[in-house]
Each structure stands twice: as structure tokens, then as C-alpha cells.
Design a protein around this ligand. Structure first.
Ligand code: BG6
Length: 510
């Protein structure tokens, strides 16, 4: 038996060493696409830089374009120089680039997968990849099922020689309940659920993970995290960007599919779920699924939802075109670029506490946050002195870009009277930790290599989310809720204000 070094050195006991994954090959389908250049390759590069990758590590890009290994390396070097969190360092790059390879093939061409299999087998021998493969689907979603099928046919759904094979699937996972089920079935023919890692990059954000830490690593918040004390919860994602160069994709998606079905509902689930018994992947995902099960189906879609589309306007002093004028967008498009919803979670913790969700492109600023408003103090003791004791306590979890948490409470204004004013206690990641947080994709790629699916969505969660939202998509298509227009640079359509004012509340100003 080998001695345990941790046991031998008491000073190191309790110190958790960073986990390093097994040696493996990462195969990126859609390697010439935007996501690969902007996120995946820079993330892998930064993992190598942080010494978090295993020694036998390689990347194989797989795409249609007829590139050589060297052309792929040159394009990826450019990508790292442009998008990496840390600047490109030549020696790090050199050792990264040695392990980059490229296979050119159409996604539907069986021989391409045979060549891939040969390449991988060769790399097991030359790079010591240990027979382990992580397949990353970063292609248009209509290629997912076909790629999985071909991987199966080429004998790649299992690792080589006792190694593992995992499949990372980018969003969107389906475009409604039916298509998501069909995709799940198609993937399920080749891969088991535990091999499938569905990415929701919001779960890789530090501040989103911190929702669980904030709730469950502190003793003082959980006792008040319920209907007795919480008045309403708002999850808001505001973006200043329009559809950028993704008009074609966005036309088919819209804000509800693009952001609500995944990112917003995931954040909401982390806020609403019960404490977990452990941080095992299934324990966390069980609790999130219970939240989705408890969300009451919509009763009146016209009143409980809002959809909007931006028209031309100005953002930060710059004129921007309307959605219908964007490239790849139909001049009469009815795709929503803004969505707002009112949800209720019907369980003992949250009954009667509304959850408001809103998301939009071309809003005045970029900000993502969760705002939790608490009930007022039971006795208005300071009213007589004209004090403002009507401002309720408010907890804001700022997900990005000004990452932090603030708590608003009433304080006595200095002076001889008992005036009360709201003040904020503020925590900022930047000043408290002074370290640069890893990009979401770094954490998620590392976790997928480690086989830890805690921060990935499980099929039942995806299905429940579509089950909730598919009736909204259908009703919208039938005109149940007319599309409203909002000027770029405004906070969205009037309907969103009405949605919340009807309940006697207002959106938290971000
Ligand atoms: C993506 C959406 O999932 O998330 C984009 O497809 C959106 O439309 C993006 O802009 C927002 O991500 P982030 O990390 O910038 O908030």
C-alpha cells in the first residue's frame, strides 16, 4: 500500500488540491465557428496556463472547412490573442499548439468519423490521451442528433481500452417540448444520461454558483428565505447588444428560447430550491427539478407574459438599427427580443410569492441580477416623524458585470429627529478577492473533463422547462399576446411595466 501524502503531512491535511482531470482528447465539432474561437479555445488555453489540464491532453477540431492542422493552429492563435482572459504567452501557446489537430469533414459524412477514430487512436498512443474523449457539440443544433449517431457508428460512444467518452451539448437543447424530447431520444440511443453534459454557461459563472454558497454556507439567510419574509423575487438580464451577427439563429430562437428556457430558469431554480443534502450532482439537480415541478402552469398567458421587439434607437449615445433591420432578420419578423414573465412556485416555501423574470436585448445597460424584496417591518413605528419607513429591505445579487451583493436597510439619518433613510451594505467581488475569476467555460470544460455534472442540466430539468414554456410559445404564435415594440436604449415595452404594476409593484432599477 502506498502511503497517503496528505496523512503524512499534517499541515496539508484539509487543504484541497486542485483536481486534475484524466488525460483525454477534446473533440470540438464546429471548430471553425464563433463559440470555438471566442470561448472554447481561450478557455482551454487558460486552463493549461493555470496548470489545470492533464499531461496527456489534446484537442481535435472537426468541421467542414478544408483546413490543415497548421491552419487550425494559426486561426486558434488569433482567437486566443483576441479573446483570452489572460494575454497570450508564447511558451504556453507553443505547448498548447502542439496538441491541436484538425479533421476536415462534413458532419454527415461517415468516413469523417472513421478518420476521427483513427486520429484519436493514434493520439492515445502518441499523446497518452488514455482512451478518454470529450466530444463537444458546438454546431448548429440540427446537426446534434446526426453527429451522435455517427459517433456511435464509428464506435466512439465509448472510450478506448476502458477509457470514458462524454458528450457536451451546447444550447439550445430543442426548440420546444417535442423537439427536445426527440433530441433526447436520439442522443439516448448512443449515449447514456451520465455521459451527456448539457451546457448552460450561466451555471459556470462564479456569481451564479455563489447563489448556493450565499444561501447554504451562511446561517442567517436561509431562515428568512421564504414566503414569511420574502415579498417578491425578480430575475433580470439586460443586454445592450442586439443580435450581433447571429440574426439567422436568433430569428428561429427569440428571447424566450435563447435565455429564459435555460439561463433565467436555472438562476431562478438556484434561488428557489430547497437546501441540498450534499453537492453531489444529482442532489443539486433533484432540488432544481422540484422547483420546476412546483411552478404553476400559466393560467392566462396574455396577462402573465410580455413579448417585445426593439426598434431603432440610441444606446450609450450611439444610434442603432431596429431588430428588423439586422442582418439575417426578416423585415416583418415577429421574433421577440424581450420577454417578461410572472411565475408562481406552488410549494410551502414560496406560495403567493411572485417570481418576475425579464430579459431583453438593446436595453440601456448590461446587467444581470436577482433582486429579492422582503416584507416590511410589521409595525410602522417611525411614521410619525415623517420618516421613510416604507422602503422595504432589498437584497440584490449582482451576477454581472459589477459582481457583488448588496443589502438595503433603513438607517437613522443623523440629527435630532428620527428620520429613516434606506442605505446599502455592499460586497464587491473585485475589492474583496482581488483575483480575476475564471470564465464560465473554463470551469465547465474542466468539470466535464472531471466527469462532474453538478453544473450541467439534467434531462428532466430541461424537459420541465420546455413543458412550462412551450404553451407560451404556442399561445404567442397564435397571437394570444401581441408583440410590442420598444425603442433600443429603453427598458423594454410598456407591457412589462404593466405586468408588474398590476400587482402594485415595480421592477428594481438596475
Ligand atoms: C447566450 C445567448 O446564451 O447568452 C446570447 O445565446 C446572449 O443571446 C448570451 O447574448 C449572454 O451571455 P452573457 O454571459 O454575456 O450574459
Amino acid at each position: 500500500m502506498t502511503a497517503n501524502p496528505l496523512a503524512a503531512n499534517p499541515l496539508r491535511a484539509g487543504l484541497r488540491l486542485p483536481r486534475t482531470p484524466d488525460s483525454c482528447a477534446v473533440v470540438i465539432f464546429g471548430a471553425t465557428g464563433d463559440l470555438t474561437s471566442r470561448k472554447l479555445i481561450p478557455a482551454l488555453y487558460n486552463l493549461l496556463r493555470g496548470r489545470l489540464l492533464p499531461s496527456g491532453f489534446s484537442v481535435v477540431g472537426f468541421a467542414r472547412r478544408a483546413w490543415s492542422d497548421d491552419q487550425f493552429r494559426a486561426a486558434m492563435k488569433e482567437a486566443v490573442s483576441t479573446y483570452s482572459r489572460e494575454p497570450l504567452q508564447q511558451e504556453v501557446w507553443d505547448s498548447f499548439a502542439r496538441n491541436l489537430h484538425y479533421v476536415s469533414s462534413d458532419f454527415s459524412e461517415a468516413t469523417g468519423y472513421e478518420r476521427l477514430a483513427e486520429r484519436l487512436a493514434k493520439q492515445d498512443a502518441t499523446h497518452g490521451a488514455g482512451g478518454n474523449r470529450l466530444f463537444y457539440l458546438s454546431t448548429p443544433p440540427n446537426a446534434y442528433a446526426g453527429i451522435a449517431h455517427h459517433l456511435g457508428e464509428a464506435g466512439l460512444s465509448r472510450g478506448n481500452d476502458g477509457g470514458w467518452a462524454r458528450l457536451v451539448v451546447e444550447k439550445p437543447f430543442g426548440r420546444d417540448l417535442e423537439s427536445a424530447r426527440a433530441l433526447d431520444q436520439a442522443l439516448g440511443v448512443v449515449f447514456r444520461e451520465r455521459q451527456i453534459f448539457r451546457i448552460d454557461h450561466y451555471l459556470g459563472k462564479e456569481t451564479v454558483q455563489n447563489i448556493m454558497v450565499f444561501r447554504f454556507a451562511n446561517g442567517i439567510f436561509e431562515p428568512i428565505w421564504n414566503r414569511r419574509y420574502v415579498e417578491n423575487v425578480q430575475v433580470s438580464v439586460a443586454e445592450t447588444v442586439g443580435v450581433e451577427n447571429r440574426g439567422g439563429y436568433y430569428e428561429e430562437a427569440g428571447a424566450l428560447r435563447d435565455m429564459v428556457q435555460n439561463h433565467l430558469l436555472q438562476v431562478m431554480a438556484l434561488v428557489a430550491m430547497e437546501p441540498v443534502a450534499s453537492f453531489r450532482a444529482d442532489a443539486v439537480r433533484d432540488e432544481k427539478a422540484k422547483v420546476f415541478q412546483a411552478i404553476r402552469p400559466f393560467k392566462d398567458i396574455a396577462r402573465e407574459t410580455v413579448r417585445g421587439q426593439y426598434i431603432a434607437g440610441a444606446i450609450l449615445g450611439q444610434q442603432v438599427p431596429g431588430y428588423r433591420q439586422e442582418e439575417g432578420v426578416a423585415p416583418v419578423s415577429s421574433t421577440e427580443t424581450f420577454a417578461a414573465l410572472r411565475l408562481e412556485v406552488e410549494n410551502w416555501r414560496w406560495a403567493d410569492v411572485p417570481f418576475y423574470l425579464r430579459v431583453g436585448k438593446r436595453l440601456p445597460k448590461r446587467a444581470t441580477e436577482v433582486a429579492i424584496t422582503f416584507k416590511r417591518a410589521p409595525l410602522p413605528l417611525f411614521r410619525e416623524s415623517g420618516a421613510d419607513n416604507v422602503t422595504p429591505n432589498l437584497l440584490v445579487l449582482r451576477i454581472q458585470p459589477d459582481e457583488g451583493i448588496s443589502l438595503r436597510f433603513g438607517a437613522k439619518v443623523p440629527g435630532t429627529r428620527s428620520d429613516v433613510r434606506p442605505v446599502n451594505m455592499d460586497f464587491r467581488y473585485g475589492t474583496s478577492f482581488g483575483v480575476d475569476a475564471p470564465e464560465a467555460y473554463e470551469r465547465l470544460l474542466l468539470d466535464a473533463m472531471l466527469g462532474d455534472s453538478t453544473l450541467f442540466t439534467r434531462w428532466d430539468g430541461v424537459e420541465l422547462a420546455w413543458n412550462l414554456l412551450t404553451p407560451v410559445l404556442d399561445a404567442w404564435q397564435q397571437g394570444a399576446r401581441p408583440l410590442e415594440f420598444y425603442e433600443a436604449g429603453s427598458w423594454g415595452p410598456l407591457g412589462a411595466v404593466e405586468l408588474i404594476e398590476r400587482d402594485g409593484r415595480e421592477w428594481h432599477r438596475m
